[in-house]
Design a protein around this ligand. Structure first.
Ligand code: GDP
Length: 311
């Protein structure tokens, strides 16, 4: 079954190429916020260490709405793979937006994440941003991106990526750099039409791989992941399967989905959605949250020691 109204994507960008600005523009156009006050306070790049290193370490998720679609945007770490985080984050999405500055072109720090995305068979879309820059060299940068995809072993389909041109700062996107658009509609259209919708059966036994965990001051330990199949509800008894196949039962606390920059509590969520679940004490990354009567694990993602890769 295809979950037509959801798209799960990640944005890969070198720091300062305009990711925050683009997401803010999408949030504004999706009308989630009346004022941009909250957008100003967003945390996507607020971590000092990230600024210092020119990369994004913490994954912060956002969602925007376009017509009948909900687009979950999972933030990716920059180039460093902290304990396999890149892979874990990318496993939650079906496509990646590669955002590139029209003057600087693709920079080496994004290679690692892009290569992982291509290896995982994710569908790419390229956004060439800041085409308003006087020193923009749009067609050269597009050539450099093709070259990069080629070097990283993109398959034939991936090499046919659409290119959207943007001035994120003005909330503008266009498919033709010689014809400036008026808003981000061309980008939204490309996202909903080019990226595959999630697949899964909402009636099947629950399966949810825990891609990340966090600690929340109010609800304690929380698990973040994408529902592969079935439905998860607040207060439901579930079976958690660990790395060795051992199981333990829990009652879920609350279930949240992403709306804009916030987490919104919902009574239940179905497959395709990226959810936050509380109440699962000691839950670990790589464990599966499963149906209690039919517990089947999803093969976990290897959690490596941190590596720092530049190629
Ligand atoms: P991030 O680090 O990728 O999140 O980048 P930001 O969104 O913080 O943007 C970095 C800088 O680029 C900011 O000063 C933005 O105002 C600027 N910027 C973003 N989009 C555009 C654009 O389309 N054109 C120009 N000229 N500048 C932009």
């Amino acid at each position: 079954m295809i979950i037509q109204d959801i798209r799960n994507i990640a944005i890969i960008a070198h720091v300062d190429h305009g990711k925050t600005t683009l997401v803010d523009g999408m949030l504004k156009q999706s009308g989630i916020f009346r004022a941009n006050q909250i957008v100003q306070e967003r945390v996507m790049d607020s971590n000092d260490l990230e600024k210092e290193r020119g990369i994004t370490i913490l994954a912060k998720n956002t969602s925007v709405r376009y017509q009948g679609y909900k687009i979950n945007i999972v933030d990716t770490p920059g180039h460093s793979d902290f304990g396999g985080e890149v892979e874990r984050v990318l496993k939650m999405v079906d496509g990646v937006l590669l955002l590139v500055d029209a003057s600087e072109g693709p920079l080496p720090q994004t290679r690692f994440v892009l290569r992982k995305a291509l290896e995982l068979n994710l569908v790419p879309v390229v956004v060439v941003n800041k085409i308003d820059r006087p020193d923009a060299r749009i067609s050269e940068v597009v050539d450099e991106i093709y070259e990069l995809f080629f070097e990283l072993g993109a398959n034939d389909e991936q090499l046919e990526f659409p290119v959207v041109y943007a001035v994120a700062r003005d909330g503008m996107a266009t498919m033709d750099p010689d014809e400036p658009g008026t808003d981000l509609k061309p980008l939204f259209e490309t996202i909903v039409n080019h990226f595959p919708a999630p697949q899964g059966d909402p009636e099947a036994p629950l399966q949810l791989l825990v891609n990340n965990t966090e600690y929340d001051t109010y609800v304690g330990r929380i698990a973040i992941g994408r529902i592969s199949q079935g439905t998860i509800a607040a207060g439901q008894t579930v079976t958690v399967i660990d790395h060795d196949g051992n199981t333990r039962n829990f009652r879920t606390g609350r279930v949240y989905v992403y709306e804009g920059l916030e987490r919104v509590e919902v009574p239940k969520a179905t497959c395709g959605e990226i959810v936050v679940v509380s109440g699962l004490e000691d839950i670990k990354i790589g464990e599966t949250i499963a149906d209690k009567d039919n517990p089947v694990a999803i093969p976990p993602i290897k959690v490596d020691e941190p590596t720092l890769e530049m190629t």
